[in-house]
Design a protein around this ligand. Structure first.
Ligand code: C5P
Length: 235
């Protein structure tokens, strides 16, 4: 059978990453975190003195950094110009700047190309360790995977959850790393979602043919089981 392609989209804090990694691991598929790629290009912009509030400057630099993703769900990796970016892309500074950078059409064009190449199993953008397994399918998580990046995906899932549940999950993740309280986390998360949903270039949006799963009252295990069942129904 052809390699299965699964698109998982939705706003922040709905459990996209945990769900996508677990589904990929259970089904023996590769895994791509596209948010990490947008964070990586944002980190590069900040590190190289590009004014992230200036779309012209961001557009002009969009082609410069070399971003490589490792797609093993047990240990996903990301490097920028050969440097490990896994830690630096999770700082509040990057989180605060990423929506502005990812709204720039040149950035999206570049990153979208990389994502399609990785999903197809070609070398560009893929960790060499993963290139040997192009016939294995992939779970790709993001905001516009089902609508724009991989509109022919075999399964599209759109995860949602109440703002309260999303803020609680996100501040749980931040605990120990950052001292952001629940109200601050909730405000930052809603602001980022509004920016991601309101932008012109490929906004966060449920694809017409996506299956919507509200995770507010579900455990991670229940969401994973639901998505795994949906994938198996496609095969
Ligand atoms: O998923 P994560 O929160 O790491 O994504 C960080 C940001 O990257 C999002 O807020 C959004 O601005 C951008 N993004 C995007 N398109 C995607 C994935 C992420 O614009 N497919």
């Amino acid at each position: 059978p052809a390699p299965v392609i699964v698109a998982i989209d939705g706003p922040s804090g709905t459990g996209k990453s945990s769900t996508s990694k677990a589904v990929a691991a259970e089904l023996g598929l590769r895994y791509l975190d596209t948010g990490a790629q947008y964070r990586a290009i944002t980190w590069w912009m900040l590190s190289n003195g590009i004014d992230v509030a200036d779309p012209t400057a961001v557009a002009a630099a969009a082609g410069k950094p070399v971003i490589v993703s490792g797609t093993d769900p047990a240990r996903p990796t990301i490097t920028v110009d050969g440097a490990d970016a896994a830690g630096p892309i999770r700082t509040q500074e990057v989180t605060a700047a990423v929506s502005a950078v990812s709204a720039v059409a040149e950035v999206r064009g570049r990153i979208t190309e990389l994502q399609r190449s990785i999903a197809a199993g070609t070398a560009e953008g893929t960790d060499p360790a993963d290139v040997a397994a192009p016939s294995r399918g992939i779970v790709v998580e993001g905001r516009d995977i089902g609508t724009t990046v991989l509109p022919d995906a075999d399964l599209k899932v759109f995860l949602t959850a109440s703002p309260e549940a999303r803020a609680a999950r996100r501040s749980g993740e931040l605990r120990g790393k950052d001292s952001a309280d629940l109200a601050t986390t909730r405000a930052a998360l809603l602001k980022r979602d509004a920016a991601d949903s309101g932008r012109k270039a490929s906004p966060l949006k449920k694809a017409d043919d996506a299956v919507e799963v509200d995770t507010t009252e579900l455990t991670l295990e229940q969401v994973v089981e639901c998505v795994v069942t949906l994938v198996r129904e496609q095969q």
